[in-house]
Design a binder for this molecule. Structure first.
Ligand code: NI
Length: 130
């Protein structure tokens, strides 16, 4: 496979942590590790282009005061939400795990709405093979 040289500007602490993990995992060079990390990024984000049906889970970490908005959005998507689990992480923070199953387009729409909520700390989606 042809290789290309790229140049990127990355925060120091991120590359430091990256190199530490590379060391622990015995990567011989940074390029191999970056190449694999990029490939995993591509796989993890395949859902953004996927057609047909997808099943998976959405994980949202958010301040408890946003609970109402989060619940309201979920009610609008009850056709693709199978279940949701609310975990109180601390007095202020909550984690919501939402199981989804349905048309990829609609799942993407839901995820974008949730991610767009104010004060969201983290939003992730994990999809499984269908
Ligand atoms: Ni809570």
């Amino acid at each position: 496979m042809m290789k290309v040289r790229i140049s990127a500007t990355i925060p120091e602490d991120i590359i430091k942590k990256f190199d530490e993990i590379c060391n622990e995992l015995n990567y011989k060079n940074r390029s191999n590790a970056i190449s694999q990390a990029l490939y995993e990024f591509i796989i993890a984000n395949k859902w953004t282009k996927q057609e047909g049906k997808i099943a998976g889970a959405i994980l949202i970490t958010y301040p408890h005061k946003e609970s109402e908005n989060l619940t309201e959005i979920q009610h609008d998507y009850n056709d693709i939400i199978n279940a949701s689990m609310h975990i109180h992480l601390s007095k202020e923070q909550c984690l919501e795990i939402i199981a989804v199953n349905g048309e990829a387009k609609r799942v993407r729409q839901l995820f974008k709405k949730l991610r767009g909520l104010k004060n969201i700390l983290s939003a992730k989606i994990v999809t499984s093979a269908y």
